[in-house]
Design a binder for this molecule. Sequence first.
Ligand code: HEC
Ligand code: HEC
Ligand code: HEC
Ligand code: HEC
Ligand code: HEC
Ligand code: HEC
Ligand code: HEC
Ligand code: HEC
Ligand code: HEC
Ligand code: HEC
Ligand code: HEC
Length: 452
Amino acid sequence: MKRLLLLLAAAAATAEAGTCTDCHPGVEEPVLASAHPQTSCTDCHNGDDTAAEMTDAHATEKKFIGRPKALEWAAMCGDCHREAAQAWTASPHLDALRKGDPAGATCVSCHAAAATPSGHSLADCGDAGAPSARLQVAATCAKCHADGAAMARSGVRADAVELYGKGPHGHNVLEEKAADGPSCVDCHDAHASPRSSDPASAAHPSRQAQTCGRCHGDEKVMKPHGLSHGLVAKYEGSPHARGLDSGAPSCAGCHGPHLVRVPPVTEIVAHCGRCHEGPAREFAAGPHGKAVRTDPQTGEATPMSCEDCHGAHGARRPESPWAARSCGKCHAAGTPALADGERLSSISADTRADLVRLHGLLERARARGHQAGEGCEALAALDGAWQDMSALAHGVSAEAGAMARTAFVRDAKAVEESLGRLVPGPRDLRWLPAMWAFVLAGVVLMWRKSRA
Ligand code: HEC
Ligand code: HEC
Ligand code: HEC
Ligand code: HEC
Ligand code: HEC
Ligand code: HEC
Ligand code: HEC
Ligand code: HEC
Ligand code: HEC
Ligand code: HEC
Ligand code: HEC
């Protein structure tokens, strides 16, 4: 038995050398020193390694693969590395090769040791110097992703590597050589590397809370850095997470994907104001725009910002009545400021109730087959007015709020009258209880009769 095994091994060894090396000397050595010491020439290239003639050795019937082109990479490596090859087959890297772009990334681009890049010098991922090793990944991607001309051909930004290097993630991985920060392939699958606009990408806005949350939602990872882990859950419950389709920001929408910068408090108003112009404008013009408050954590005097009332990650709209909860955090009971807050809050509650009622009317009018075009338009204008009033509330002037409310009430009345004409009001239904009483009396009479 032992002899048989030895014989088999010897046969395998000759098969490995084969006739290929007769004509291709010097290839075997690097292969033996690579991650593939056991892999024969024909394991990768196919062909016939018993043939003496080149045409036989390279025979197409034997599925010979020379220097692989495009999909041939998957054929060459995929028998043994199916997952990697399949994922790569769907990647933009293969798309680029197919378009004939020399910058399309092949297996060799990311796995061959830098000194002699070839299919014969593929490195074990565990080797510190391997291009696929954690510390080398950014440099490997940089070969193409920091090349402005190569990226411009595909319309891809060429600043990812530079920004990553300048930010806390690059600092963590490349300089501190720490094990807990993300490398490029933590957010961009190494083999599928889907476009970030593809919902399958871990970098797609809809998946960022999950991708970033793997670390930022984990107390064990965040605590040593003095960072909070609760912000991910807060974000996930926020109107921003629900409103991604209407342009609300994901994690990278506010921090940038690669620099992942934390906006300092002095920039937050402008930061949120990019999308919430009205609130930012009114806030800046009102007393809070100039207000300085003491930071509860550091004890330092800092300017006020949107975060004081909404939080950066929860970004929730306070439910009315909000005066005590929102303004009461800083303004004591009985102060004129809190009184203003109470007035604004009740204006907000009344306005919201009016709108709920009017939308109910519109729905009933529609249920009765009315188009209600005019009423519908006027109601949309009222919705807009309510949005403006909410923005105006950021100036915290009860007087301005009261004026806006007066105008709203006037317009709301007109809408209510026009919709009211299309829907039977309560007056028209006054006969309903009488009718039911009549029917009931009839039923009782018949029941008595039947028993008699
Ligand atoms: C009789 C000599 C001979 C034998 C045997 C031979 N080759 Fe070749 N091979 C050549 C020559 C000559 C070239 C270069 C000419 C060309 O590119 O067609 C070449 C080219 C190649 C190339 C590069 C093809 C390309 O696309 O540029 C590969 C890969 C290759 N051989 C692999 C093999 C393998 C694997 C075997 C064993 C199964 C083998 N060869 C056996 C002579 C041989
Ligand atoms: C792990 C797979 C693998 C094995 C094993 C392998 N090759 Fe290759 N070989 C490749 C790839 C991939 C290329 C193309 C490299 C490129 O285009 O960058 C290549 C290129 C070649 C070339 C043309 C370019 C050159 O480097 O000269 C020859 C000839 C060649 N191989 C012969 C061989 C022979 C002979 C053996 C066995 C001793 C062998 N190969 C083993 C993957 C392999
Ligand atoms: C005949 C099977 C076979 C073929 C074909 C093959 N490999 Fe491998 N490959 C292996 C084996 C076996 C290992 C070592 C496995 C291990 O260490 O887990 C390996 C290791 C590797 C590694 C290192 C993996 C690690 O975990 O460190 C890479 C990268 C790799 N191969 C890439 C390629 C590429 C690229 C090709 C095609 C050019 C290829 N292989 C073709 C069998 C193959
Ligand atoms: C854009 C760069 C890139 C390309 C292209 C690439 N790889 Fe990788 N590959 C990596 C990185 C980085 C790792 C290690 C990181 C990780 O765990 O995902 C890796 C890991 C691997 C591993 C070991 C772990 C595993 O997933 O099994 C194998 C085997 C492998 N690659 C094979 C291939 C093959 C085969 C191809 C071509 C079809 C290929 N790679 C193309 C970057 C790349
Ligand atoms: C913490 C996660 C993370 C890390 C680490 C990361 N990226 Fe990104 N990357 C993203 C996100 C998120 C996007 C999508 C940005 C967007 O939609 O605006 C993105 C987008 C990209 C894009 C597409 C740009 C475009 O023009 O559409 C490329 C290319 C890219 N990253 C490469 C890299 C490279 C190279 C590295 C390593 C140096 C890296 N990324 C590290 C999260 C990350
Ligand atoms: C050999 C060059 C090369 C290397 C190395 C390379 N890439 Fe690419 N990559 C490209 C090209 C070219 C494209 C554009 C493909 C297209 O859109 O046609 C691209 C596209 C991408 C995209 C999709 C960008 C988008 O959103 O449209 C991601 C993500 C990506 N690469 C990540 C990586 C990562 C991560 C690495 C390192 C592990 C890496 N690449 C290494 C050349 C390369
Ligand atoms: C693999 C784990 C990991 C992933 C994934 C990750 N991060 Fe980080 N992040 C860290 C670590 C660790 C630090 C602390 C780095 C340091 O200070 O050394 C950090 C730091 C940060 C910081 C700086 C915090 C500060 O106050 O300095 C921001 C902002 C950030 N990450 C945002 C993101 C975003 C946005 C994503 C997703 C697109 C993300 N991170 C994905 C691990 C991760
Ligand atoms: C609407 C914009 C916005 C969104 C969306 C957002 N952030 Fe932030 N983030 C901020 C602002 C502003 C700060 C600074 C104020 C603060 O520390 O609360 C901050 C602070 C941070 C910090 C540092 C805080 C600390 O613990 O010291 C990290 C880490 C962070 N964000 C990660 C994330 C992650 C992960 C996501 C997605 C789940 C995300 N952010 C979504 C605006 C945003
Ligand atoms: C990239 C644009 C963008 C940025 C930056 C942004 N937001 Fe938003 N925000 C939105 C969108 C869009 C919505 C609406 C989501 C929806 O459809 O419900 C929203 C919703 C909100 C809401 C809830 C509004 C409601 O009517 O329920 C609040 C509160 C809010 N954002 C506060 C903030 C704060 C505070 C910041 C800064 C830390 C900020 N936003 C940054 C786009 C943005
Ligand atoms: C003093 C507390 C406070 C501050 C500071 C504050 N808000 Fe508000 N915000 C509120 C209250 C209360 C409401 C609800 C108003 C209502 O019920 O009409 C609100 C509502 C909102 C809404 C939803 C209504 C709308 O207009 O879409 C957004 C968006 C918003 N705020 C964004 C911001 C932004 C951006 C900042 C910073 C420039 C900011 N807020 C600063 C208390 C505050
Ligand atoms: C984070 C603390 C904080 C919150 C929350 C807050 N304020 Fe203020 N407010 C201030 C500071 C600080 C000033 C500047 C005047 C001062 O130094 O007392 C101020 C000033 C004012 C003023 C100008 C008149 C005065 O007393 O100086 C009004 C009115 C006001 N706030 C109303 C409100 C209303 C309404 C709310 C709730 C929507 C609110 N504030 C929430 C901190 C806050």
